[in-house]
Design a protein around this ligand. Structure first.
Ligand SMILES: [Zn+2]
Length: 50
């Protein structure tokens, strides 16, 4: 698990769903699908606050 977590933190795997992203950039990143989910969730949160 430690090794996988390290690779996720390096950006080799999506930190949302764990899909392989290729060479890491040295920081955590998300695939397009997970990025869309986060954006939608954040938008819904903002709507709820207003
Ligand atoms: Zn993902």
């Amino acid at each position: 698990m430690g090794e996988y977590a390290e690779m996720t933190l390096d950006g080799e795997f999506c930190e949302g769903c764990g899909v392989y992203m290729g060479d890491g950039n040295g920081y955590p990143q998300r695939c397009a699908d997970c990025h869309d989910e986060i954006t939608t969730a954040e938008l819904e949160k903002e709507f709820e606050q207003k």
